[in-house]
Design a protein around this ligand. Structure first.
Ligand SMILES: Nc1ncnc2c1ncn2[C@@H]1O[C@H](COP(=O)(O)OP(=O)(O)OP(=O)(O)O)[C@@H](O)[C@H]1O
Length: 300
């Protein structure tokens, strides 16, 4: 038995001339709730769809649950992938879809799915097409989580949900994971909300893998350096600076690397060091400086 759910080597996917996944090599460990994080268009959906056997790769190796996912029933029976716009037949009621999941997945827990429908106040007789975006997302989540598949991939699962429902979904997810440990990969932009339930983060940008880290490790791999511009420059001279802002009122830099042992040097150099929240680190690693373009918007 392999210790990994997904192994890729040099994975590539192009849509015509558009390179959506660019040379991703990653071994994703079994068990955990993993956040697949990246900006719009970074390739999250493309990556998940390839893993789910719904999309062919262009090049490279891709193994999911120890096999190739494309046209491989033995593998796709052990995984579930849901997204916000599931294309169900217009006439299907929620109960019909639940019954189909039960037929497709031998581990599907119907009674749990029905309890969740009640908990989230959905009516099993309602047609899927009549659900609001938030309600449809809740229903897709219910189907995915009740499948208890070895690999559960949720693509933007909370799209359209209000904050109260999102919180309930996170709680159900975490509790169900504790009862039934498996690998759950969630793509989302809302890292700040998810942080509390994630064990690892995969960050991709423009189709490339930037990092795959344990969430606790992430809290020590980059630091914010505050001080006056000269002190910051001196302190960061030999360090990997990923973002810098120099202003009249304040200046700071973001340094990639563990600076835990440099606290006393920093204090002597009139520098304040602070750790970054995973969400901020992801933002600094993927943002582009558009200051000049922004100014141009109001120019004649
Ligand atoms: N069917 C398609 N045909 C052509 N290009 C596509 C297609 N699907 C995705 N792309 C392109 O591939 C890139 C990655 O898209 P993808 O949907 O995988 O990103 P994403 O990270 O899921 O984005 P978002 O967070 O906005 O949903 C984008 O440049 C997108 O325009």
């Amino acid at each position: 038995m392999t210790d990994y759910v997904i192994n890729t080597k040099g994975l590539m996917k192009s849509y015509g001339s558009n390179l959506a996944i660019n040379n991703i090599s990653i071994d994703i460990k079994k068990e955990g709730i993993i956040g697949l994080i990246g900006r719009n268009g970074s390739g999250k959906t493309t990556f998940m769809r390839m893993c789910a056997g719904l999309l062919n790769k262009t090049d490279g190796d891709l193994q999911v649950l120890g096999g190739k996912p494309m046209d491989n029933l033995e593998i796709v029976d052990r995984l579930v992938y849901t997204y916000h716009n599931m294309a169900y037949d217009n006439n299907l009621k929620l109960i019909d879809i639940i019954n189909s999941f039960q037929i497709m997945y031998k581990g599907f827990d119907v009674s749990f799915a029905l309890k969740l429908l009640k908990y989230f106040e959905l009516n099993e007789k309602q047609k899927y097409k009549s659900l609001s975006q938030g309600m449809a997302s809740v229903f897709n989540f219910i189907c995915a989580i009740s499948t208890r598949a070895e690999l559960t991939m949720l693509d933007e699962p909370v799209l359209g949900m209000d904050i109260t429902v999102r919180r309930s979904v996170y709680e159900v997810l975490l509790r169900d994971y504790t009862e039934n440990p498996r690998t759950i990969i969630i793509s989302s932009h809302l890292l700040s909300e998810l942080e509390g339930i994630l064990s690892e983060i995969i960050l991709i940008n423009k189709g490339q893998l930037l990092l795959y880290k344990d969430i606790d490790e992430m809290k020590e791999i980059a630091y914010r350096v505050d001080g006056n511009a000269d002190s910051i420059l001196n302190f960061t001279r030999d360090k990997k600076v990923i973002y810098s802002r120099t202003g009249l009122l304040y200046s700071f830099s973001i340094v990639f690397g563990n600076l835990k042992d440099e606290m006393s040097i920093a204090t002597k150099s009139n520098i304040t060091l602070s750790t970054l929240r995973p969400e901020d680190l992801c933002m600094y690693l993927t943002q582009e400086n558009k200051e000049e373009e922004l100014k141009c918007l109001w120019e004649e």
